[in-house]
Design a protein around this ligand. Structure first.
Ligand code: RB5
Length: 152
């Protein structure tokens, strides 16, 4: 699979671990964002990563900041991006099964009870269930287009 990943300074170390894990599994990973702990603004990273994702031919995007919250908020403002902030195996499974997320987010400074690699594996291995969930995901796209999306 093809992944694109980006982090601000708060997620650099975990980003490195994720890239190593995915590449060992035979996936291709486009590394964006920063690789040092010099302070940057996470909305700029999300803009770049999501823009590349929409122009490119990627399966999934992964975003990191200190908590994962800032990057999730930003990513979910971009049409076509459904970014899930994962924190255990259950949310990893549901993010795909019910929400058909195309982006997942993690916090570089969060303490997780499940390893990030286990969450990513679960996310990759889970199938979108479709059916009533497809209807709901379709309504997310409608939200992007209707009056809320036009600042009214
Ligand atoms: C940066 O210090 C931090 O605020 C950022 O990485 C992120 O956690 C914001 O949501």
């Amino acid at each position: 699979m093809r992944f694109i990943i980006g982090s601000d300074h708060g997620g650099v170390e975990r980003k490195r671990e994720i890239i190593e894990f995915l590449e060992k599994k035979g996936h291709s990973v486009e590394n964006r964002g920063v690789d040092t702990e010099d302070s940057v603004d996470y909305p700029d990273i999300v803009r770049d990563v999501c823009g590349q994702y929409k122009r490119g031919d990627y399966d999934y995007g992964i975003l990191l900041c200190g908590t994962g919250i800032g990057v999730s908020i930003c990513a979910n403002k971009i049409s076509g991006i459904r970014c899930a902030l994962l924190f255990d195996e259950y949310t990893a499974r549901m993010a795909k099964a019910h929400n058909n997320a195309n982006f997942i987010a993690f916090g570089g400074r969060n303490t997780y009870s499940t390893s990030i690699t286990a969450m990513i594996t679960t996310f990759i291995d889970t199938e979108f269930e479709g059916g009533r969930h497809q209807r709901r995901v379709g309504k997310i796209a409608v939200l992007e287009e209707d009056l809320f999306g036009k600042g009214q």
